[in-house]
Ligand binder design. Structure first.
Ligand code: FAD
Length: 459
């Protein structure tokens, strides 16, 4: 057995196609060790929510199959990456380690620490652009600062070099420890990580709705391009239609790369309105990461610091619970919250409506809502989730103006005109048990605007 295998460290990039780190390992020509580390211990790393863990379990199982078919066993280890990865390097006598970059603050600290340590030890260590089309530090304003507004940001991206073409999936790999990997390093049993819910098993709706994994992501993209891209620009806001790609969890876990999406969309319909709009939405994901990269506290601190003066009233726990359970008495809000609980997902417009209702009508701090979404979304994302919440709350980058309070009734009339969406998720709407609205929309809107005056005064 060679003395110098290459380690490919898998993180939020659970695929074999268009995987620059795996590709580099193939090019290096030495046997490959693939590892995934469940790290819930490193400083500042945010523990995954329940729905995310469910997705991760299935995505890892799918990746392990795809790697095994090509001759590599996926090694699972648990613990702080700063300890687990160096011990694996020693154990196999690795000559190189490759990974695709992450962009959150604590993740970057872990990676930078390992990179300098390995470089000092003379190990070949390289990181790649696997998850974003435009690396956050490469897109700068004319005065050499990060962007804080989406439109000029995306314009600058579109003027930059076109994202690279996707790399092919290797047909065969040279696995360290032999073709079945048995001579390689030991790893944990995925089932023993306990990522799936058991008592109770609340994941039935997730299973009905989703199929995690790289193959399923590729099918989803194809179906979207065939069936929905052309009508995307007009259909995307409709709650009652499934007119969007539903690729977000696949992108979140890196089962598909944005590069593949970019090129497949352009090849299909470059210049068409649907394609332009769809890629601009992928651009919002890029922007959220741009903002996170330059403001790592995105999930905990107001991006606009004047919002620190916002007088959040003392939390009324029953209001938060009513919102979480879909029992506020405001039908479109409740339908959306039940969709979230059942499927681990929610339409983008519904995310905006429910977030506006929580932060403006219930006057509950956006961080409480962000945490609930973090726990319940299968696409719970380090950048897009806090970014979306701060955008709606008014405290974020290029945010909706605070005084724009979504009126749930008008939203429902406009985006669910026949009541199909609400009917699907609220079969009890006309029953005696369905609650009266827990707040008056007009009064609470006025109270929110009054609270906002304090933010304005503190500027
Ligand atoms: P499509 O309309 O098909 O868009 C294609 C892709 O573009 C999406 O898969 C997604 O990766 C990206 N995208 C689209 N809209 C946005 C957006 N506004 N911001 C960032 N990326 C976008 N998205 C997440 O992936 N994870 C989250 O945790 C998340 N939390 C959100 C919380 C709030 C309060 C709000 C308002 C939005 C949030 N979003 C989040 C963004 C958006 O709602 C979802 O990406 C979208 O609903 C996913 O559906 P889709 O894949 O069908 O999107």
């Amino acid at each position: 057995m060679t003395a110098s295998p290459s380690i490919v460290w898998y993180r939020d990039d659970l695929r074999v196609g268009d995987h620059p780190a795996l590709h580099a390992a193939v090019e290096r020509g030495e046997p490959i060790v693939a590892v995934y580390v469940l790290d819930e211990e490193s400083d500042g790393i945010r523990p995954l929510g329940g729905a995310a863990k469910w997705w991760l379990h299935h995505s890892l199982a799918s990746l392990a199959d795809d790697l095994r078919d090509r001759g590599v066993r996926l090694v699972l280890r648990r613990g702080p990456a700063g300890r687990v990865i160096p011990s694996l390097v020693d154990e196999v006598g690795a000559g190189a380690i490759f990974w695709n970059r992450r962009y959150g603050g604590p993740e970057r600290d872990v990676d930078a620490g390992l990179k300098s340590r390995f470089a000092d030890d003379g190990l070949e260590v390289r990181s790649f652009d696997g998850s974003l089309l435009f690396e956050p530090w490469t897109i700068r304003t004319g005065s050499d600062t990060p962007f804080s507004v989406f439109t000029p940001f995306w314009k600058a991206c579109l003027a930059a070099d076109e994202p690279r073409h996707p790399l092919p999936a290797p047909a065969e790999l040279d696995g360290y420890g032999g073709p079945d990997g048995r001579g390689g390093p030991a790893g944990d049993d995925l089932d023993e990580w306990g990522l799936l819910p058991t008592h109770p098993d609340w994941a039935g709706g997730l299973r009905e709705t989703w199929e995690p994994g790289e193959r399923s992501a590729a099918r989803r993209l194809r179906a979207f391009l065939d069936e929905d891209l052309a009508g995307y620009a007009t259909g995307r806001d409709r709650l009652d239609r499934q007119a969007t790609s539903r690729l977000s969890p696949h992108l979140r876990w890196g089962e598909i790369s944005p590069h593949r999406i970019w090129h497949a969309t352009r090849e299909r319909a470059a210049g068409a309105e649907g394609a332009r709009k769809f890629l601009a939405e992928v651009g919002w994901r890029e922007f959220a990461y741009h903002v996170l990269f330059h403001f790592p506290e995105l999930a905990t601190r107001n991006w606009r610091s004047e919002f620190d003066a916002f007088p959040w009233p003392r939390l009324h726990p029953s209001a938060l619970t009513a919102w979480e359970r879909g029992r506020t008495g405001v039908p479109v809000v409740d339908a959306a919250m039940r969709e979230l609980w059942h499927t681990g997902s929610m339409h983008n417009r519904a995310r905006m409506i429910t977030a506006s209702f929580l932060t403006k009508n219930l006057l509950i701090d956006w961080r409480r809502g962000e945490q609930w979404f973090w726990d319940t979304l299968v696409d719970a994302d380090h950048a897009s989730n806090p970014f979306g919440w701060q955008w709606v709350a008014g405290s974020g980058a290029d945010a909706a103006p605070y005084f724009r309070v979504f009126n749930p009734e008008l939203q429902r009339e406009k985006f669910d005109p026949d009541g199909e969406y609400v009917g699907r998720w609220l079969p009890d709407l006309d029953g005696d048990d369905y609650p009266e609205p827990i707040v008056d929309l007009k009064e609470t809107r006025a109270a929110a605007l009054a609270a906002y005056d304090q933010v304005k005064a503190s500027r």
